[in-house]
Design a protein around this ligand. Structure first.
Ligand SMILES: NC(=O)c1ccc[n+]([C@@H]2O[C@H](COP(=O)([O-])OP(=O)(O)OC[C@H]3O[C@@H](n4cnc5c(N)ncnc54)[C@H](O)[C@@H]3O)[C@@H](O)[C@H]2O)c1
Length: 449
């Protein structure tokens, strides 16, 4: 038997022990949310580097409360960390999977999910609970994870253990707040027992309560649709912004006007869509549609539009140089922002990589500035990455704004005093205050003076 009251008691008595598999952007905040209820938590990760950072209290730099909660609970014994996923499964009752499922060489990469599931299965006991959180193609929990758990543990779902799918809905930089306060938790289970348990358990950390889904596949699809909605609408913003440039209309002003009508939600255009979520989820759906011969045309076209943005923006910036008779070959180009989005430390699938490649192809020299990312193994070796803005812009022939870090909105003409004359800027995110720059210097996405 379980009720919220009973579960809370078992958590504070440490009768229910949690294990979180994957302590990254999602797993770190989830482990923290449970530690903050007084739970005993085992954090499992294969990255020695991350485990070292957790031990030193320097992990999750841009997420408030994570490393301080870890440090406090490592000291008082409520939190332990390990790379041994089998032992963690043996010692825990509730196992939460937060490892990544991504794209590798154009194929969905389930390796981390399969490996974590096998480890959990090896230690799975009667009455244990497995909660899966990564975003997945619909059907993955039932057809991929469940057979691994049952086969390797010789236990039966619903009768011996519960299987729950609860996709995480977080915005990097305020993940813990999103889990605890901002969104209801989506809950689904293999059967009624699993679903009822998920509903009671997740209400303990989610102030906004839960949204029950009738099947795990419905919940898997729900999470992907959130991302697809964003990707398609960003593509619409990009297409309309391009159209506005061609007909001499200001997209940014029309957007504000249009969005004052309650059914209109036009999104920002920009240099591209990055991160592990928004560009990836549409591809899960496209792949899953391909398997049954269903082509999803709006989603496919939106991906194409968003993928083409780095090339379009570089081309427009080269036109600006050409207008001023500046040759891009051997010229120094400064790109502002490597983060896939403003104010994040995450550069995964950032459109900036494609922007860099375009400039390198034509023989330019590239410097990237980012205030949060101090090193990155994926940038080509001739490209300099620095967090020193005045060093980054010194002697440059073009400033190209790729990420909308808040600090860039404070820049004025003075910030670029060391740039080669004439000052040329391509603002691919519309972050600069236009009053500080002449229309000759500044070209902004979505508008032409
Ligand atoms: N980042 C987001 O904002 C966000 C939001 C919602 C959902 N998601 C989904 O959550 C999932 C995880 O994303 P993330 O951003 O936390 O990834 P991440 O790369 O930041 O973290 C994943 C962690 O899992 C570890 N790991 C890999 N294989 C493992 C294994 N077999 N056992 C234990 N640990 C292992 C890695 O070392 C890493 O530390 C993704 O599938 C993503 O789609 C992410």
């Amino acid at each position: 038997m379980h009720s919220i009251k009973h579960l809370k008691k078992s958590i504070s008595n440490k009768k229910l022990v949690f294990a979180v598999y994957g302590l990254g952007n999602v797993g770190g905040p989830i482990a923290t949310a449970w530690l903050r209820t007084g739970a005993k938590v085992i954090g499992v990760d294969i990255s020695k580097n991350l485990l070292d950072e957790v031990t030193q209290g320097i992990s999750h730099k841009k997420e408030p409360f994570i490393s301080t909660t870890f440090t406090k609970n490592l000291k008082n014994g409520n939190f332990e960390i390990t790379s041994d996923g089998i032992q963690a499964s043996k010692k825990s009752d509730i196992k939460i999977i937060t490892v990544p499922v991504d794209f590798n060489k154009n194929k969905i990469n389930f390796n981390a999910l399969i490996s974590a599931s096998k480890n959990i299965a090896s230690g799975l006991k009667k009455n244990d609970v497995v909660i899966i959180c990564p975003s997945l193609p619909p059907g993955s929990c039932k057809n991929l994870v469940l057979p691994i758990l049952e086969k390797n543990s010789k236990l039966k779902v619903e009768r011996d253990f519960y299987l729950i799918y609860s996709p995480e809905r977080i915005f990097e930089g305020r993940a813990l707040q999103d889990i605890e306060e901002n969104y209801p938790a989506i809950v689904s289970g293999y059967g009624k027992n699993s679903l009822d348990f998920a509903d009671d358990l997740l209400q303990i950390i989610s102030k906004k309560g839960t949204v029950r889904m009738l099947s795990m596949a419905n919940a898997e699809a729900e999470k992907l649709f959130e991302g697809v909605y964003r990707d398609v609408n960003i593509a619409l913003g990009n297409e309309l912004a391009d159209y506005c440039e061609k007909i001499g209309v200001n997209y940014w002003e029309t957007r504000i006007g249009a969005n004052s009508q309650p059914f209109c939600h036009l999104h920002y255009p920009g240099t591209g869509v990055g991160g592990l979520c928004i560009p990836v989820y549409p591809r899960f759906i496209i792949e899953s549609g391909n398997k049954i011969g269903k082509s999803l045309k709006i989603i496919q076209n939106s991906r194409k539009i968003n993928n083409s943005m780095p090339i379009k923006c570089v081309k427009d910036s080269l036109d600006l140089m050409k207008k001023h008779k500046i040759k891009p070959k051997n010229a120094q180009i400064t790109i502002l922002g490597l983060g896939f989005r403003g104010d994040v430390t995450d550069s995964r699938l950032s459109p900036t990589y494609d922007v860099v490649d375009e400039f390198l192809k034509i023989g330019s020299k590239v410097i990237i500035h980012d205030p949060f990312i101090l090193e990155d193994s994926k940038i080509p070796k001739d490209v300099i990455l620095t967090s020193n803005l005045s060093k980054a812009v010194e002697g440059s022939s073009l400033i190209f704004i790729s990420s909308d870090h808040k600090m860039y909105s404070q820049l004025t003409k003075k910030s670029f005093s060391k740039v080669k004359k004439p000052l040329l800027i391509y603002d691919g995110r519309n972050v600069l205050k236009r009053k500080y720059f002449s229309s000759e210097s500044l070209l902004t996405i979505g508008l032409r003076d």
